[in-house]
Design a protein around this ligand. Structure first.
Ligand code: URA
Ligand code: SF4
Length: 462
């Protein structure tokens, strides 16, 4: 019986290798999750000249993720899989129904989801001197997975993330990992933050300058008798701008769906993940995510603004009044809805409730558009349409940037990645137009643009 203690994936790998090479079956290995005090249960180093075991390359990324799972049983499962992969079952990982493969896949999924969540929910707080800290309680040991993401995103600041199990630190150059932290050492809520702010104001540069100034302006014998509380009160007058600026910087992490977007570029995977998106505050009051729908091989993608009241309730795009206008226009040009892919720039319904309790549509801001853009970009990457037709200025801004206007760039082709795109009126403009003549004119323009888009998509598809 081999008793092996292991702390992290690198150690597991190093220790599993000689066991596999020695054909030690899984039942003869006990894997202990060590507390970091190695030595006691260490196995002997591999004898010189052991044969090299090769394992299907798909195992490595899977194993790296599973290694971050909280369940200590992971090491034994990984060894079992490695053993089978290297002992006659090189394609084991393709057998999704195999209980071992399934268990590893579920563990990997849990770790990935937790890493996405950590990216979305970690909020840094300033502790002065351009240093920021965050407290997070992840379900799994995901810091190593998300570290590079934060290092890229906040490369010019000093920061630390503490979890109960481990911590990571960035000094502007190097990412390092250390022991877990204590929740009480990291400001987490506003009350605690206020305490921290006060404490750090006392040691903060502007405050120090203030003390120096006071010292120079006032005879020290008076100065030292000044009650401390008063000094702090005085500092509070001076330092807040700087503290506030830093806290704003910390809190101004832009809302974004990005942490929720999976790597997969399969529309069903995207739809599934988007259902749980909490990338911006719009998900809170809304009923559900309304994701794009349509033929996975559609050449033509239609992009609207955001779901409306009815879409929010039903969970499908363009099923309310604007959808009826769109349906009429589609019918007129002989386009079948199920042959297109229809989506929106923003995936949650943004609304205000009036006094009667009615939900009134609010136009998404550029901030809302930016937050949700990773979904639209992923949909475009997944579908690879040749033609994209935007409906309304929000779609235009999402597709072609914040300065897009219908008057400026509407009704013309613009390249959008590999595709060609154009933007026309939103169908609700027909509903809102003040008189019949204007309604008709807008509707005709939508029909005409649909016709042009459809025929271009057909040509490209041939
Ligand atoms: N308006 C849109 O832009 N999209 C919908 O799904 C419904 C109304
Ligand atoms: Fe996510 Fe978009 Fe919904 Fe915001 S609007 S929560 S980014 S899906």
């Amino acid at each position: 019986m081999h008793v092996v203690s292991v702390q992290d994936f690198a150690e597991w790998r190093a220790k599993a290798r000689p066991l596999l090479a020695g054909d030690v079956p899984p039942a003869q290995v006990v894997w202990n999750a060590s507390d970091g005090q190695s030595g006691l249960f260490d196995d002997t180093p591999p004898p010189a000249g052991v044969r090299v075991v090769s394992i299907n390359k798909d195992f490595l990324p899977l194993a790296e993720n599973v290694a971050l799972h909280r369940d200590g049983g992971k090491w034994a499962l990984l060894y079992h899989a490695a053993y089978r992969l290297s002992h006659g079952e090189p394609h084991l990982l393709k057998l999704a129904t195999d209980p071992l493969v399934h268990a590893l896949a579920m563990m990997e999924k849990a770790v990935k989801r937790d890493a996405h969540k950590a990216k979305a929910f970690i909020r840094f707080r300033s502790i002065g001197d351009d240093t920021f800290v965050a407290w997070h309680e992840p379900d799994h040991l995901v810091l190593r997975k998300i570290g590079p993401f934060f290092a890229r995103r906040f490369s010019d600041m000093n920061w630390s993330v503490f979890t109960p199990d481990e911590s990571m630190h960035w000094d502007g150059e190097t990412l390092s990992f250390g022991a877990g932290g204590d929740k009480n050492l990291v400001p987490q809520d506003d009350a605690q933050e206020a305490l921290w702010k006060e404490y750090y104001r006392a040691t903060f540069n502007p405050a120090r300058i203030k003390i120096k100034m006071m010292k120079s302006e006032m005879p020290v014998r008076y100065w030292k008798n000044l009650p401390e509380a008063e000094i702090i009160a005085d500092m509070l007058d001076e330092a807040p701008e700087r503290v506030q600026a830093m806290l704003r910087y910390s809190q101004e992490i832009p809302d974004s769906a990005e942490p929720f977007v999976p790597e997969s570029r399969c529309l069903e995977d995207l739809r599934h993940a988007a259902a749980g998106c909490e990338g911006c505050p719009l998900y809170k009051p809304a009923t559900q995510t309304v994701f794009g729908e349509g033929a996975p091989d559609a050449r033509l993608m239609v992009v609207g603004e955001q779901p409306g009241d009815e879409e929010d309730k039903q969970g499908h795009a363009f099923v309310g009044p604007a959808g009826q206008v769109l349906d009429a226009a589609l019918k007129e040009v002989g386009l079948e809805r199920r042959k297109l892919y229809i989506t929106n720039a923003v995936k949650h319904f943004k609304f205000l409730r009036n006094q009667a309790g009615m939900r009134l549509h609010r136009t998404p801001t550029q901030k809302d558009i930016n937050a949700c853009l990773p979904w639209l970009d992923a949909e475009i990457e997944a579908l690879k349409p040749t033609i994209i037709l935007g409906l309304g200025v929000t779609a235009g801004k999402a597709l072609f940037g914040p300065s897009f206007t219908l008057h400026g760039q509407g009704g013309r082709w613009h390249p959008k990645g590999e595709a060609q795109g154009r933007v026309t009126w939103h169908p609700s403009a027909v509903l809102r137009a003040p008189d019949a003549a204007e309604k008709e004119a807008i509707y005709r323009e939508i029909v005409e643009n649909l016709r042009i888009a459809a025929s271009a998509a057909k040509k490209d598809g041939e």
